[in-house]
Each structure stands twice: as C-alpha cells, then as structure tokens.
Design a protein around this ligand. Structure first.
Ligand SMILES: Nc1ncnc2c1ncn2[C@@H]1O[C@H](COP(=O)(O)OP(=O)(O)OP(=O)(O)O)[C@@H](O)[C@H]1O
Length: 252
C-alpha cells in the first residue's frame, strides 16, 4: 500500500515547522527525505505515524486515513525505526525485537510460529544474531540503531519509515542496512527514510524529497533534484550528480 501525505502543516513552538507538505511513497520504492538540520524531517516522519498531530492536512495508507485507523492496525501496516531515547528497562535484544510482533497478537498472548519466524529473520537481517541475548542498555549506539531497525522489520509492515537509519553505523553496516532496505522495497515494501548523507541517498533512493525550512522544495529522481543550484541554495555545497554518484567539491 502507498503512504500519502496531503497538505501537512505542523505547528511547534509557535511556528510551522512543516508547512504544507505533499508526499507519497509507493510499494517497491525507496524515498529519501533529505534537508538541512532543523528543516522538519523528523517532525514530518512523526506526523506520518501519528506521534505528532498536524494542524492541517491528512495522511493516508492506501485509502485509509491514519487518524481513523485503530492504533493496532496502524502499527501492523506502518512500522517506524526512530531516534529513540535510551531504553529504560533491562531487556534483551530478542525481547525488544519481539515487541515488533505485539501489534499482531497482543501483549498477553504467546508468540506463535509466525511471530518467532519474523523475529528470527529480522535479527539475522540486522546482523544481531551474536548480540541477541545482550541487555540493550549495554549496546553501542550503532548496535542499538540496528535493534530499532530489526524491531520495525519484525512487524513485516506494508510501509517502513526510518529516521536516520544509518546514524551511528560504521560504513559496512550503513551499506548493509541500505542494501537490505533496497531488497525489501524490491519485494514490494514502501520505504521512506531520512538521510543526512546525500551520497548514500543518491546511490540507494529511487526518489529524493528535499525539505527546507518546513517546505518541500523539490522531489524526483536524485539526478533531477540534486542539481548544482539546489545543492548550493539548500545545502551550501558545490557539487553535482554523475550517474548514480554525487560529487561534492566543497562548501559554497
Ligand atoms: N517540541 C518542539 N517544540 C518547538 N520546536 C520544535 C519542537 N520539536 C522540534 N522543533 C523545531 O522544529 C524544527 C524541525 O525539527 P526537526 O527535528 O523536525 O528537524 P530535522 O530536519 O529532523 O533536523 P535534524 O536534521 O537536525 O535532525 C527545528 O527548528 C526544531 O528546533
């Protein structure tokens, strides 16, 4: 199912930090949301999965408006990997990833075979097999990041939303996670992620949407969007896209 935002405006601290955004991501597609610090990326994502209520505008999964879907159904259809605060409780990696299945069966019901299978495959996909029994509070930032991604994968959603999934990851794991998202999209998932690294966005995203001061200033293929002028005006760098790579020469 597609995820679509129509005319989203979000007001925080007395101003619109998301200011009239239309966005859609379709099954099979990886859409990268990019923009400078404070441009509204996280707020926009949080609005999509109903952690923030917009001042106006609507978000749809398929034909259903997310604010009319029961919470549990929304959680089954749209999974998010977020920049979360530290875990407060003592839980193992496996226990955290298992939380991704709660929306399918409820807190009090036992794990079924399909739940265990989804958890196992998410743990493997995120490269967490050797860490599965570790207390999450003892993990490094990059390891915790992969636990958050694994929990979202375990949901087996229709739409996957990830806030800076490569944050804290070493280069090998950055490429591993983005390659995995690419594969999942090729299997029919709709993937929306924020990224600061424009080079990775160019290499892995089908389309890029650029947010600047709460406004969507461009969207399209990386080559269409990241022209010299936009790179200079929005990101303050000199560069251009060549094929599927981005060459950055330096600051403007
Ligand atoms: N609860 C809040 N109250 C007031 N202002 C807020 C609140 N949350 C975020 N903001 C402001 O909204 C703007 C957008 O923040 P947001 O975190 O969405 O940006 P971002 O593009 O994700 O930034 P970054 O790239 O630095 O992570 C920022 O100017 C931020 O200071």
């Amino acid at each position: 199912m597609s995820l679509r935002a129509d005319g989203l405006r979000v007001r925080l601290g007395g101003r619109f930090v998301v200011d009239g955004v239309d966005l859609a991501v379709t099954p099979g597609e990886v859409l990268g949301l990019v923009g400078p610090n404070g441009s509204g990326k996280t707020t926009l994502l949080r609005t999509l999965y109903r952690a923030v209520t917009p001042a106006s505008g609507k978000v749809y999964i398929g034909q259903s408006s997310v604010d009319e879907l029961p919470r549990r159904e929304l959680a089954r259809r749209l999974a998010a990997s977020t920049q979360e605060p530290e875990h407060a409780a003592s839980l193992t990696v496996t226990e955290v990833v298992e939380q991704g299945r709660v929306c399918h069966r409820g807190w009090l019901e036992a794990m079924r075979a399909e739940d265990s299978e989804a958890v196992e495959s998410a743990i493997r996909a995120a490269g967490l097999a050797e860490l599965r029994d570790r207390d999450v509070r003892t993990l490094s930032g990059g390891e915790r990041q992969r636990v958050s991604i694994a929990r979202a994968l375990a949901v087996r959603p229709e739409v996957l939303v990830l806030d800076e999934p490569t944050n804290h990851l070493d280069l090998r794991h950055q490429l591993g996670v983005l390659g995995l998202l690419r594969e999942l999209a090729d299997e029919g998932l709709a993937v929306l992620l924020t990224l600061h690294d424009l080079r990775l966005a160019v290499s892995y995203c089908d389309r890029i949407a650029v947010l600047d001061e709460g406004n969507l200033v461009a969207s399209g293929t990386p080559a269409e969007v990241l022209d010299e002028r936009l790179l200079a005006d929005v990101f303050g760098v000199r560069g251009c896209v060549r094929g599927s790579t981005l060459d950055i020469e330096g600051p403007v």
